[in-house]
Design a protein around this ligand. Sequence first.
Ligand SMILES: [Zn+2]
Length: 260
Amino acid sequence: MICDAHIHIGYYPRKGYGRPFYYSPRRIAGILDRCGVGEFIVSSTCAQMEEIGIADVVREAREMKRLAGNRAHVFFWLSGHLYDEDSAMKWIETGLFDGIKLHEGETAWMKYRKKALRKILSVSSERNLLVMFHAGEDADCRPSKLAKVAREFPNVRFNFAHCRPMDEMAKVIVDCPNVWTDTAYIAIDEFPKLRDYDWHGRLMFGTDLPVWQANERVGLTKRYREYVRAFRETGLEAAASAAFRNFVASRGHSPLMGRA
Ligand SMILES: [Zn+2]
């Protein structure tokens, strides 16, 4: 069964719509069920869209867990604004969240909010929370830049999402044993390139569902099936599912727990 390390719920831009579109937990869970997805990581409502608060994020997480149970690993997308709303991060006590998602392009944590970032990562280390960082070609989001943070917190497991740029990400994977990456939003015709690198068991399959609809008029279930089919052709599915289970193992939902 395919595992997906990178899914979103909440408000996102949608091509042809004037305002952000709401992707409810029910809508997303329905697509995953139709496509036969096993476990998945889903991050909460996009922090830069609409007026959302911590209560909204918690309500959505609860709804997703109700629909998908332990298949769903919910990450709290922590923006600067939501951190300021509750810097003690009391939402952790709900027990709904397996991790935190950070996006340097949305809140410049490394550039302007280092102290807050250190606190968030210290808490992640103490509470055994996983951390997903958006990674990419933008100067502030480069994997080699994020690697500094991963070295500072060797007990925290990070997913530097999107595997971009691929060369640089492969180097970071070698240097940092606590860093995983995912395939979210990689163009299908780039999948074969993934085979040119040794990912040391830390490449996860990810899609970025439902973000395709921000740029294309496409049905999500159809697009999801195409994406899975193309990834399977690389022969990397079994390794990617094992990478996923090892990534989440420390959170105690996985049969691999203790063997990771
Ligand atoms: Zn994403």
